[in-house]
Design a protein around this ligand. Structure first.
Ligand code: BV8
Ligand code: ZN
Length: 245
């Protein structure tokens, strides 16, 4: 296997998807064939879905909140923590995952692009999102004690914009890395490369002349856009892939 040299000249942007949490026991979206209880995920993970059937949406997220709380980070998460500790502020992790496992593993320089299962916010008032580990009993739709509006998971649903601060944090890092005079590397792991804007990051990196790596169990939609591709389980590949120099 090719080794990824991580030295004092390297800037590394990592993007992770559901595949990185698969070995922890968190089901991937493709693993569910894009379905949950026979509902297309886009229907449940969407503002329209929430308006149409908020109890169904809270059942989906309560179930995933309980599931994520019951599992633990795997060696793939741990490898990313080691890389961050080695590279410091020349490392940034952008994750599509909402399970919180990167932070639980010890990652600190993390952008949770699609939100977090353990945060809830009000769908009506501007009350800031708050930590919430509650697994709401089936059929419960929690309401805001400030305005009485419906509470919702602090998750970016399909058709919703990502937090502009998150996107600019990733953009700024890519700009600094690609103009640093050092070697700018982008590595995507455990993602099918279907969902945008995350799936488009590889194109930005190539435009900026960065080196691109994909670590995935099977070829992703956008795999032809990566220079280096390592097929395998992220929990097995990531701990062996990097040479910390
Ligand atoms: C946006 C939170 C601007 C939910 C998620 C029509 C109308 C509106 C929008 C669109 C539209 N058409 C297209 C769009 C854009 C849309 C999009 O890209 N849709 C796709 C389906 C085509 N994007 C959006 O809506 C985004 N917002 O564009 O705003 C806008 C606004 C209005 C109108 C237009 C544009 C918002 C996207 C965020 C959606 N929220 N998550 C939740 O999690 O509950 S996305 C959700 O699905 C996940 O977060 C994740 O990102 C995605 C699934 O992707 P992956 O992480 O890649 O997981 P997947 O299962 O697919 O793949 C796993 C991979 O791992 C596989 O390749 C497998 O081989 C591999 N693997 C498995 N095991 C392992 C492994 N690899 C290594 N090791 C292993 N052990
Ligand atoms: Zn409110």
């Amino acid at each position: 296997m090719e080794h990824l040299i991580l030295d004092s000249n390297t800037w590394l942007l990592v993007l992770t998807g559901a595949g990185v949490s698969a070995e922890s026991g968190v089901p991937t979206f493709r693993g569910m064939d894009g379905l949950w209880e026979n509902h297309p995920i886009e229907d449940v993970a969407s503002p329209q879905g929430f308006v149409k059937d908020p109890t169904l949406v809270w059942r989906f997220y309560s179930q995933r909140r309980a599931g994520a709380a019951a599992v633990h980070p795997n060696p793939g998460h741990d490898a990313l923590v080691a890389w961050e500790r080695h590279l410091g502020d020349r490392f940034l992790l952008a994750t599509q995952n909402v399970d919180g496992l990167h932070r639980r593993a010890g990652s600190q320089r993390v952008v949770e692009m699609h939100g977090n299962l353990f945060k809830t916010r009000c769908s009506k008032c501007k009350r800031p999102p708050f930590d919430d580990t509650t697994v709401y009993p089936n059929g419960t739709v929690p309401t805001c004690d400030a305005c009485g509006g419906r509470l919702r998971p602090h998750i970016v649903w399909f058709g919703e914009y990502l937090d502009p601060d998150d996107m600019s944090r990733i953009e700024d890092f890519a700009l600094r890395g690609s103009t640093s005079g050092g070697r700018f590397v982008f590595l995507a792991a455990g993602t099918s490369g279907v969902v945008y804007p995350a799936a488009g990051i590889v194109d930005r990196v190539r435009e900026a002349g960065g080196e691109t790596w994909l670590v995935n169990l099977d070829p992703a939609e956008n795999s032809t856009r990566f220079e280096y591709s390592v097929t395998g389980k992220s929990g097995e590949v990531l701990p062996k892939l990097a040479k910390l120099a």
